[in-house]
Design a protein around this ligand. Structure first.
Ligand SMILES: Cc1cc2nc3c(=O)[nH]c(=O)nc-3n(C[C@H](O)[C@H](O)[C@H](O)COP(=O)(O)OP(=O)(O)OC[C@H]3O[C@@H](n4cnc5c(N)ncnc54)[C@H](O)[C@@H]3O)c2cc1C
Length: 428
């Protein structure tokens, strides 16, 4: 049954799903929308999008997501989002020693746009260092054996700034925000029919709600235990190199440069002079041996972590493409936690047996950010309809083969337990 626009809606989490939903509902005339966020700031430090940049590219193995991203890219060019979107292009390659799986994945991605009317005439094949220099003259590495293609109709968005921009827009439209202790939700409150009636914060305040949208990212199962293993908290590492003003200026406009087997980096951020680098790999999970559910550890545990294998790949990426930076120290390193699913599809659906009182938006699978400008519409549609019409985004049943987390073909490398790489922090 559609939710009436005057009834209270509680949204837990001021990350991508939470903020996009809040703004969309406010724009569509909902008058009593509250967002609860456990950090005391937006952009929240716990959000997977608390970062200087995320890739926005339409290539997907599933052409259905390609069409969605094309819509999202149009929306990135609208006044609210445009300040954060930078269409620098996407240089999608493999190194000379890449395993076949990396090249196959790249090829399966480009297949969805190779003959697409928007992209067919603008894609450029890359087979030599000279081809690379034609699209990015600043990249002066030797690129031994690197090959792939360049897509100019893609780029990146400044993710933390975009979260801040949407937060301000939602607040200006009357969305109420509860942050820090006031916004840290301890539990959902249910009546005797297991229908949620609202949320209880850690500060002990009860907020009634007709519908509660759990947009808590990798932590979804802490509030809705029924989520179980259909969402797996997983992390990838990242680091930055600090540049001089001159280097930042020189590298202005370089495309997102992505070697599928090594990792990727972005145009440097002109405010901080940081160039962000992410290694490619299977990521790290944090499974509770008692429940089998992986949940994110504390921020402190994830901070200043860069596993040696990841660092090696990042150094090689730089050595072969931007050698002047190859030995520079990595700063602002961390593990960044997202909500993985076995099939890489999001979950945007009512929790069964809650009388349509609880929606879970999670399972971002490490690729939601690019959809930020359109993601709120999906939740709004769900609230207005009779259930999730898109099979990809339905609640996954335990009997379903798509239930428990697994390895997705586009992610190369083995997933490890966080406990295996955790280095105890020195006590002062
Ligand atoms: C290293 C890395 C690189 C990525 N690169 C890309 C990319 O290039 N392109 C792309 O499209 N996507 C990328 N992503 C994925 C993208 O960042 C995520 O898909 C997106 O941020 C997920 O949004 P979300 O709203 O589901 O969760 P989040 O953004 O993580 O937000 C969840 C929020 O819920 C809050 N919360 C949790 N529990 C509670 C509670 N009990 N009470 C109150 N608040 C709570 C958290 O504090 C957090 O702010 C990347 C992710 C990572 C980790």
């Amino acid at each position: 049954m559609p939710v009436s626009k005057s009834e209270p809606v509680a949204i837990i989490g001021a990350g991508v799903f939470g903020l996009a939903t809040a703004l969309q509902l406010a724009q569509d005339g909902y008058t009593d929308v509250s967002v609860f966020e456990k950090d005391d700031q937006v952009p929240p430090r716990h959000s997977a999008a608390f970062d200087i940049n995320k890739i926005v590219r339409p290539e997907y193995q599933d052409p259905w997501y390609t069409e969605l991203t094309i819509k999202a890219i149009e929306a990135w060019k609208s006044p609210l989002y445009a300040p954060y979107y930078h269409e620098t292009g996407f240089l999608h390659l493999v190194s000379g020693t890449a395993p076949q799986q990396a090249a196959d994945t790249r090829d399966s991605f480009v297949k969805t746009i190779r003959h697409h009317p928007r992209f067919e005439s603008i894609l450029k094949n890359i087979n030599s260092p000279e081809d690379i220099k034609q699209v990015a003259w600043q990249l002066d590495g030797e690129f031994p054996g690197w090959n792939g293609y360049f897509n100019p109709l893609a780029g990146y968005a400044h993710s933390a700034d975009a979260l801040r921009g949407v937060y301000k827009a939602a607040a200006a439209r009357g969305v109420k925000f509860f942050l820090g202790d006031q916004g840290d939700v301890a539990q959902l409150v249910y009546d005797q029919n297991h229908q949620a009636t609202g949320v209880m914060t850690r500060s002990g305040r009860y907020h009634p709600a007709k519908v509660t949208v759990v947009a808590a990212g990798a932590a979804a199962a802490t509030l809705v235990p029924e989520v179980g293993q259909q969402v797996v908290a997983k992390s990838w590492s990242l680091g930055h190199v600090r540049l001089t003003d001159e280097e930042t200026s020189m590298l202005r406009g370089i495309p997102v440069t992505y070697a599928r087997d090594l990792g990727f980096y972005f145009e440097p951020d002109p405010k901080t002079n940081l160039l962000k680098i992410c290694p490619m790999g299977g990521g790290y999970i944090n499974t509770d041996p008692k429940t089998g559910v992986s949940l994110p550890p504390s921020l402190a545990d994830s901070d200043d972590v860069l596993p040696p294998d990841d660092e090696r790949r990042m150094r090689r990426l730089l050595r072969e493409s931007l050698p002047a930076l190859a030995d520079r120290p990595f700063v602002e390193k961390k593990l960044c936690w997202f909500a993985d699913t076995a099939d890489s599809d999001f979950i945007i659906d009512y929790v069964p047996n809650t009388g349509s009182s609880v929606v879970v938006c999670s399972g971002d699978s490490g690729h939601l950010f690019k959809m930020f400008p359109i993601a709120g519409q999906w939740v709004h549609q769900l609230l207005q309809g009779d259930g999730q019409s898109e099979a990809r985004w339905r609640w996954k049943q335990k009997s379903d083969s798509k239930w428990a987390g697994g390895d997705v073909s586009w992610r190369l490398g083995q997933t490890k337990e966080f406990a295996e790489i955790k280095v105890p922090k020195a006590k002062l």
